[in-house]
Design a protein around this ligand. Structure first.
Ligand code: CIR
Length: 251
C-alpha cells in the first residue's frame, strides 16, 4: 500500500512519566527521545512522505504514540478508545486532524482498542485481542471501516504488533509466538529470533523497511528477502514500551 502522509507527535516533557514496564524506564532521556523522533520524521520525509506534526501534549505522557489513537482504511478512520484511562484524552487531540482527511467514527464503551494491535493488509486487517483491545473494539472497527478483521487471541500481551508486522500483503516479520497461527498461514515469514524480539515491529514505507537499530540478524534476513532496510535508533521509545509503528499514523 503506497502511503503519502504520516501524522506524528513529538514527546512532551511529560514523556518520562509514560506507562511502561520496561526495566530501563527510569533512564529515559527526553532530549535523546526528541533527537530520535526528529530522525524518524526526517526519514519519513526522505522517503517522500508529507509529515503532519502535531503539537506535543504536556499533560499526556504517552501522546507521542499516535498510532494507538486511530486505525485508517480507505477513506475512513476509526478513532479508538485506549484501554488506559490516562490515554483517553489523546483522542480529542488527534480527531480534528483526521477529520481533514477521513470520515471518522469513534469507538464506544465497552470497546477498547488501540492501533498497536492492528496489522493492515490490502483486503483485511488482523487485530490482536490483547490487554488493550477487546472483541467489541474489533467489531466496531470492522463495521465502520467495512473490512474483515481476523483476530489473534493474545490476552497476555499489550499489542500484537510488538510480535508480528507485515511488510507486504503476503510477508510477515515476527517472533515465533504467532507464526503458526491460522491467520498468517500461507504467508511468507521472516523469523525474528527471541534475542532480537524488538525488531518484530517493523514499519514498511513504500518498499523500504524501517527497523530499530541493533538487530543484525533480522536486518540481514529482511535484506536477503529483497527489501531495503533503514535502521533507526529507538532506544528511548523502547524504554517506554513503544516502537517504530507506534510513532505514526501513515496513509
Ligand atoms: C503505552 O503503554 O500505552 C505506551 N507507553 C506505549 C504504547 C506503544 N504503542 C504501540 O505499540 N502502538
Amino acid at each position: 500500500m503506497k502511503v503519502t502522509k504520516a501524522i506524528v507527535r513529538p514527546p512532551s516533557a511529560a514523556f518520562t512519566g509514560c506507562i511502561s514496564e520496561h526495566p530501563l524506564h527510569h533512564t529515559v532521556n527526553l532530549e535523546r527521545a526528541l533527537q530520535q523522533h526528529a530522525q524518524y520524521v526526517t526519514t519519513l520525509e526522505e522517503l517522500g512522505l508529507e509529515v503532519i506534526v502535531l503539537e506535543p501534549q504536556p499533560s499526556l505522557p504517552d501522546a507521542c504514540f499516535v498510532e494507538d489513537t486511530a486505525v485508517v482504511y480507505g477513506n475512513r478512520a476509526f478513532i479508538t478508545r485506549p484501554k488506559p484511562q490516562s490515554r483517553r484524552d489523546e483522542i480529542s487531540t488527534v480527531r480534528p486532524v483526521l477529520e481533514q482527511y477521513f470520515d471518522c467514527e469513534v469507538a464506544e464503551a465497552p470497546a477498547t482498542i488501540e492501533g498497536g494491535d492492528v496489522i493492515h493488509l490490502a483486503h483485511r486487517l488482523i487485530s490482536g485481542l490483547s490487554q488493550r483491545t477487546n472483541q467489541q473494539g474489533v467489531m466496531q472497527m470492522s463495521s465502520w471501516l467495512g473490512v474483515p478483521v481476523d483476530t489473534i487471541e493474545a490476552p497476555q500481551i499489550m499489542h500484537l504488533k510488538s510480535y508480528l508486522t507485515a511488510i507486504d500483503d503476503t510477508t510477515f516479520v515476527g517472533t515465533g509466538r504467532f507464526l503458526d497461527h491460522p491467520v498468517v498461514q500461507d504467508a511468507k515469514v521472516i523469523y525474528v529470533p527471541d534475542s532480537e524480539h524488538y525488531a518484530a515491529n517493523t514499519l514498511m514505507i513504500n518498499g523500504r523497511v524501517l527497523l530499530p537499530a541493533g538487530h543484525p540478524i533480522t536486518a540481514e534476513s529482511i535484506t536477503r528477502a529483497g527489501y531495503e532496510v533503514i535502521e533507526l535508533n529507538m532506544s528511548e521509545f523502547q524504554k517506554c514500551d513503544g516502537a517504530l509503528t507506534c510513532l505514526s499514523i501513515t496513509f
